[in-house]
Structure formats: C-alpha cells, structure tokens
Write a protein that binds this ligand. Structure first.
Ligand code: ATP
Ligand code: MG
Length: 571
C-alpha cells in the first residue's frame, strides 16, 4: 500500500541557481551567506557576492574551455569559497561532482575516471594526492586548480579584478583557482548564465553515495530534482507559524561535508535561499563547534548521529552555553532514542531532536517532521516530504506490506529521484523499478516500518538490509544494539557487526570505553545480557577500541570492522 505525502507543492522548472537567486542580475540583499568563523568580520561572502563570485568562476571555467555537460570535480574539505565553485560549475553549464577529501590516490583516481571529470579543484593540503590521481586518471595539470593557499579574504578577492596568482609554481603546472577570476568582474556583473532548456533532464551534479556498502556510486541529479528537494524542505520549514520570525535570528554552522548530498543541499542551496547566514568550519573539531555555537548564538543544527553522540558523551559539551539552539535535526545514520533524549535535556530552548531520512539517490531528504507535530520524540524519521511517496515491500520485492508496524524494504518515489547511476545501467536497473503506471520506485535497501498506513504516517528506520546480522535465522539490527550500548555509562561509542564463528553469525561489539570507566569487556557483554533476548546477546565478543571508524558523512564504516572481526575470531 502506497503512503503519499500530505502535501503537494509546485516545483519551478528552472536551474538551481535561478531558484536560489531569482535571476542573474536583479539586486540582492547584502546579508551574509557564508562566514569564516575564525575571521567573521573580514572573511565572509554576502548573498549578492555569492552570485557574483559564482558567475566569475563560471566565466573563468568557460574561458578555460569547459563545455556544457562536462564534469568538474572538487577534492577539498569545506571553506567559504566551496559553494561558489559548486554554483559556478552549474552556471557554466557543467556538472558538479565532489570527492571525499579523505580519499587516497587510488580512490580519487577512480572517481576522476568514473565521472570522466575534465577539471578538478584540489585543496592545497591535498595537492600531492590530487596531482598523483590526476596523473593516474590522465587529467592534464593545467586543468587542476588549487584551492586555499594564498587566497585573499573574500571581500578583497571579489572586489579585485586581478587576484593574486597564489601558489602557482609550487604545483608544477597546476594553477591557483583565483586565476579563473582574473579580469572578469565587470563582465560578470552584467552576465547571465544560460538557463537549461529542460531542467528535468539536465544534470547539475553527480553526487557520489557515501560508499558505506561498496565503492561510491555516481548519482545523477537534475536541476529539477535539486530544486524539488529544496522546495520541499523550505515548505516544511514554513509550516511552523513562527518560522519567518525565527528566520530573523537564524544562524547555522556548517560542519557537514559539502561534497556530500546532506551538507551540500542544505548549505549551498536551501540556506542561501532562506537568507540564513552560515558559518562554514574548515575541518571538524567538536570543541570548536561548541565555541562557535556560544559565540555566534547558533539557532539551528543539522547533525549526524556521531555529533549528537558527542553532545551526550563529550565532557566539554556541558561547559558551553547552548541556550541559543532552537532546533536540531539528525540524519544520515540511525540515532538511538536515549542518546537523543539526553541531548534534548542539555538544550533548554530546543524541542525534540528531529530526525530526517534521505539518501543521495533522492537528492537528499525524503522524510522529515512537520514542525507542528508534538511526536518528534518517538524515534521515527518523520513523514513523506511534499510530492514524495513510499511503500514497504517484502525483501524479495514481491509482496506489498499493508500492516502498520510490519517491517519491509523501503521503496520511495518522487521528483527528487535520481536519473540513475552514472555509467552503471545494470546497477540502475537493479535499484529502480518502473511500475505499470510508469511510476519509478527506488529500492532503498533500508528496512523500515510505518506507524499508520495513511498520508502523514510516521516512518521508522530499523537498519540497512545489508547490515542485518542473521543469528540462527533471526535478524538482529546492529543499530538497535548500538543504541542500547550507548545507554551504558561505561560506553562512549559503539559499533556492532556480525562475525562468523564455527559457521554461525554472531554479533560482536567494538566499544570506545568512557575514560573514567573501569568496566571490562566481559562487564559490557554481561550488561547487555539483561537487556536483550538470547539471540541478540554479544556472543561474538566485545572489544575495546580507541575509536569507531566513521566517514565524514557520519556513517559507521562497518566493512572495516567486519574485516577486522573476521581476522580476530572469524572462521
Ligand atoms: P553507499 O550507497 O555508497 O553504500 P550510503 O548509502 O551510506 O553509501 P548515502 O546516500 O550517503 O550513502 O546514505 C544513505 C543511507 O543513509 C540510507 O540508505 C540509510 O541507510 C542511511 N540513513 C539516512 N538517514 C537515516 C536515518 N535517519 N536513520 C537511519 N539511517 C539513515
Ligand atoms: Mg546507499
């Protein structure tokens, strides 16, 4: 049975940049869009400068030879210039693709080759990897642009027509990105990008999935889907009768990576559209985040579970004034209810932590909470976003589930759905199922249930089907055990994976122990015994570790732990 959204909204058929700015030349407010939190008074980009700088990047790229439909890759952590490069690529008619800045040469070379990128922007700090990968993928050096280095502060850069050549020379043929801007300022002021004739079929980005379950896949997202995603998020925000009032004081910190769908859709598109100032952190540091929240009176946090866990478990969190926070969301991975409760108690002026659900394949978000709902505490991930729908299917994909509370694989559909995986027709065909009536359904691989089979029904995510551990025919969701383990005061962080011992799959936990705790590994296993049925016990063992491996988009890298477990005790 299909669960529709309660809402239908009009989706403008325009480019993403037009949706954000209105047009290429109309006057824009001088509100700050992006601010460097380390130099907030001197290094920032206003909304109109965001458009101008993006246009200058677009003109520079066109002059450098970029053709419509060519891909441009960014390999960099966050900085306040990143969004202008993203939109500059789109304005030039190109397709953006971002790479995880922790990649090694081989991985980056794969994404360069897979996306067929013709140009690359590389952070100065990652230049060695970037140049090695460019060589491996056959990308000429004069198509590599260096970010960082001697870039002047943003207002100076934007005012100048002759930006400093930065670190050129050091990089043997690669150029500093500000060279793209040389001379084109007054031209850019008058210039308008060409609107795509068919935004529904014009790609704006190849956003790579996180690579949690395998090699990251290039997800083809059109301008129309990107706009649809953002319009849906804005619509839901506006359901709060106080939203416009709250917007007057709204400020956010961006610590989510901008190469990934979650941070990117929020901070490159939706927040500038809403005119919310965003402090962009370069690299993540939890104590710095706390400092910024206090100093800049941050009102809204877009989080991933590891950061929510840090709020609950990091001793510094209690030492800062968090009273400015009015709302906090979490997505990208399962969040335990108890951890959420603990953090809510620390935030005197925020209501529930509202989870959302999404994936790169649906541009970003497909489920969120109505801000007027008082049930955000249920642990659910919200209801279907505007114009989106879902159904739950048996794991063999043959039977529709119709009973509230019964688990199945989540299939979703809507205007935010990807066109497919780039150059992967077989994987696309395995993932997208077309109904008799032409509806395209995305098989998400997530196990879910819904509270009620009606529009507005609240969904819960159990875990990914690939992560379920099968203990004597019973399915055990690692996310459930991890959430429980985090309730233990001896435990600061936890990850559970399956390991096969004597032919049987069993749950094994990797634990970061609270530094003040004296508990042993056996104590933790014993503690769990009283909390779960027999087959969910940690019979595969408990191991203390210094850190749980996670990727920048907030997911536990279970494949690393599964390999480790197999080596330690597996068959
Ligand atoms: P890959 O597909 O390359 O293995 P990935 O699926 O982790 O990587 P993303 O598109 O970044 O890449 O993540 C989407 C996945 O994140 C979803 O399929 C789901 O498993 C998980 N997810 C997102 N939001 C939530 C949430 N609120 N609760 C639980 N899981 C979530
Ligand atoms: Mg995925």
């Amino acid at each position: 049975m299909v669960i529709n959204s309660r809402w239908t909204v009009d989706i403008p058929r325009s480019s993403l940049q037009k949706w954000i700015f209105g047009s290429a030349t109309e006057p824009l407010a001088d509100t700050k869009s992006f601010i460097d939190p380390e130099n907030p008074d001197s290094n920032y980009i206003t909304l109109s400068d965001y458009r101008l700088l993006s246009k200058r990047v677009a003109l520079g790229l066109q002059k450098a030879g970029l053709k419509t439909g060519e891909r441009v890759l960014i390999f960099s952590g966050n900085n306040i210039f990143f969004p202008s490069i993203f939109l500059g690529v789109l304005m030039a008619g190109g397709i953006f693709t971002g790479a995880n800045p922790t990649m090694v040469t081989r991985e980056l070379a794969y994404q360069l080759r897979d996306s067929g990128a013709s140009y690359m922007f590389v952070a100065e700090a990652a230049l060695k990897t970037g140049l090695e990968a460019a060589k491996e993928a056959g990308l000429p050096r004069d198509r590599v642009f260096i970010l960082g280095g001697n870039t002047p502060v943003a207002p100076e850069l934007i005012a100048s027509t002759n930006p400093s050549p930065g670190v050129q020379g050091k990089a043997e043929g690669a150029r500093h990105w500000t060279e793209l801007l040389v001379g084109n300022r007054s031209q850019a002021e008058k210039w308008s990008w060409q609107e795509p004739a068919d935004p529904e079929n014009t790609l704006c980005c190849l956003n790579y999935s996180s690579g949690t379950t395998g090699v990251p896949k290039g997800v083809m997202i059109t301008h129309y889907s990107y706009v649809a995603n953002s319009v849906g998020v804005v619509y839901i925000n506006n359901l709060d009768p106080q939203f416009q009032e709250k917007q007057k004081r709204a400020r956010m910190v961006c610590f989510l990576p901008l190469y990934h769908a979650y941070g990117q859709t929020y901070f490159v598109a939706t927040m500038p559209y809403l005119r919310t100032p965003v402090y962009i952190m370069q690299g993540f540091d939890f104590v710095k985040l706390l400092t910024y929240i206090q100093k800049f009176r941050i009102t809204t946090l877009a989080c991933v579970p590891p950061i929510v866990i840090a709020f609950a478990k990091h001793p510094a969190a209690k030492k800062f004034d968090l009273s400015s926070i009015e709302s906090i969301g979490s997505g990208a991975a399962p969040l335990g209810l108890e951890v959420a409760r603990e953090v809510e108690k620390m935030l005197p002026n925020a209501d529930y932590i509202r989870q959302g659900w999404g994936m790169t394949e649906v541009t970003c978000t497909a489920m969120a909470w109505d801000p007027n709902s008082t049930e955000g505490s249920s642990g659910g991930v919200g209801e279907m976003n505007p114009n989106c729908k879902a159904k739950l299917m048996s794991l063999d994909g043959k039977t529709e589930i119709t009973k509230a509370g019964e688990r199945g694989e989540l299939w979703v559909s809507g205007p935010t759905l990807m066109r497919g995986y780039w150059n992967k027709p077989e994987q696309t065909a395995d993932t997208i199922v077309v109904d008799g009536d032409g509806t395209r359904w995305l098989k998400t691989g997530d196990i879910s249930y819904v509270e009620k089979y009606e529009p507005g029904g609240i969904f819960h995510i159990v875990d990914r089907s690939k992560e379920l551990i099968k203990v004597k025919g019973n399915q055990v969701a690692p996310a459930e055990l991890e959430a429980l383990l985090l309730e233990n005061p001896d435990v600061n962080d936890a990850a559970v994976v399956g390991v096969t011992i004597n032919g049987e799959e069993l749950p094994r936990a990797y634990i970061v122990r609270n530094p003040k705790s004296k508990a042993s590994e056996q104590d933790v296993a014993k503690w769990m015994e009283g909390k779960v049925t027999r087959y969910k016990r940690l019979k595969g063992g408990v191991v203390f570790v210094a850190e749980i491996p996670k990727n920048p988009s907030g997911k536990i890298l279970r494949k690393i732990l599964r390999e480790r477990a197999a080596k330690e005790v597996g068959d």
